[in-house]
Design a protein around this ligand. Structure first.
Ligand code: SF4
Length: 216
């Protein structure tokens, strides 16, 4: 009698472990499937390479959005566009090209042509690109958006985070700030440059607009 009791106890323990393991696996997949989707505004493939590496593990879907009407001239735009498309192919991510409405961009920055890089013109330029990225995130039902703009050592990540957060609030979305990547900016820049070299991306010599060509 005692022997059967011990056997029955072992059976219960095994059944408990089996049920618990199945429940754990079930919950694990629910959590994995519940990961959010993000629009990654991409100014160029060089700045986007390491972010793709980081975001692919954090989000269930990353959409690369190339909306950069600031880039001048058109030939330069095409070079950066080609590299951004290649980046999306490498990481098997969806790629969306925004409109190259350079005339509209010029209209928006009118009067700020002589501002230095990092000045008021850049704030308008960042906001314009991030607003469109938020719009796309909303249209596609994505919860998050972010940008590669903060990766470059020439850009102030506090500014892009501030603008991104404001736009996110207005659109009931979340903006992934550069501080949330939990890595030093210098480290991100070094890693992205290394990846970009390996992937042979086009590396531009100036920020993007005609006013930035001779500003360095
Ligand atoms: S310098 Fe760069 S960020 Fe500033 S306005 Fe020109 S393209 Fe935009």
């Amino acid at each position: 009698m005692r022997g059967r009791g011990v056997g029955g106890g072992r059976g219960n323990v095994c059944r408990f472990i089996y049920t618990f393991t199945r429940l754990f696996i079930y919950l694990f997949f629910i959590i994995m499937e519940d990961k959010s989707k993000i629009v990654l505004h991409t100014c160029c493939a060089v700045c986007g390479a390491y972010l793709c590496e980081l975001l692919k593990n954090q989000f269930s879907e990353v959409l690369i959005y190339f909306y950069n009407p600031n880039i001048y001239p058109r030939e330069e735009y095409e070079k950066r566009l080609a590299s951004a498309k290649k980046l999306a192919e490498i990481y098997k991510m969806e790629f969306v090209e925004g409109e190259y409405d350079n005339e509209n961009w010029l209209e928006k920055v009118k009067g700020l042509e002589n501002e230095p890089e990092g000045g008021k013109r850049c704030l308008v330029c960042f906001a314009m690109r991030l607003e469109k990225s938020a719009q796309l995130a909303k249209e596609r039902g994505f919860e998050y958006f972010t940008t590669t703009l903060a990766v470059s050592p020439y850009k102030d990540e506090k500014l892009t985070d501030e603008i991104g957060e404001t736009i996110a609030k207005e659109n009931n979305l979340k903006f992934l700030k550069s501080v949330e990547l939990n890595q030093e900016k210098k480290e991100i820049w070094n890693k992205t440059r290394e990846l970009a070299r390996k992937m042979e991306f086009y590396h531009q010599k100036y920020c993007g607009c005609q006013f930035s060509i001779y500003s360095k």
